[in-house]
Design a protein around this ligand. Structure first.
Ligand code: THU
Length: 145
């Protein structure tokens, strides 16, 4: 599976099971709000992550950080499908910062299981700032020098 394509509910359910499993490893002694996240990659791998908190509260690593780290640690590529869950195993929305993080590694077409169904990244982070914005300025600067 090289490109993002719709997957069946069965596959989404499998991905969510991975998210629930990894949520069990969360380190959340301060918020008591464990999170697990799982994603499919464009070559068919499954990557996961859980939140890891810190006594310096602001240093928290969201579960999505683990997903992105595992993506690159296991060969890179792009995220195509994503879901994250809370301690009850309910689907939650990625926080604003993590939508930006996911956008970098999945782009507009990344599909997310959200609290209101399957949506694309373009829907949950409209008009996102991203790598293309940087490339645009670099191109303009090259043209004027
Ligand atoms: N959290 C995540 O791991 N991902 C999100 O997208 C939402 C929030 C974590 C951070 C913190 O450890 C806990 O949930 C409560 O905010």
């Amino acid at each position: 599976m090289r490109h993002s394509c719709p997957v069946e509910q069965r596959e989404w359910d499998r991905l969510k099971e991975h998210a629930v499993d990894v949520m069990g490893g969360a380190y959340a002694p301060y918020s008591h709000y464990p999170v697990g996240a799982a994603a499919l990659t464009d070559d068919g791998r499954t990557v996961v992550g859980c939140n890891v908190e810190n006594a310096a509260y602001g240093v928290v690593l969201c579960a999505e950080c683990g997903v992105v780290s595992q993506l690159h640690a296991t060969g890179g590529g792009r995220l195509t499908h994503f879901v994250c869950v809370n301690g009850d195993g309910d689907v939650i929305m990625p926080c604003g910062r993590c939508r930006q993080l996911l956008f970098e590694h999945g782009g507009r077409d990344l599909e997310l299981w959200t609290v209101s169904g399957i949506k694309t990244m373009a829907e949950v982070l409209p008009d996102a700032f991203g790598p293309d914005d940087l490339a645009l300025v670099a191109t303009e600067q090259n043209g004027t020098r």
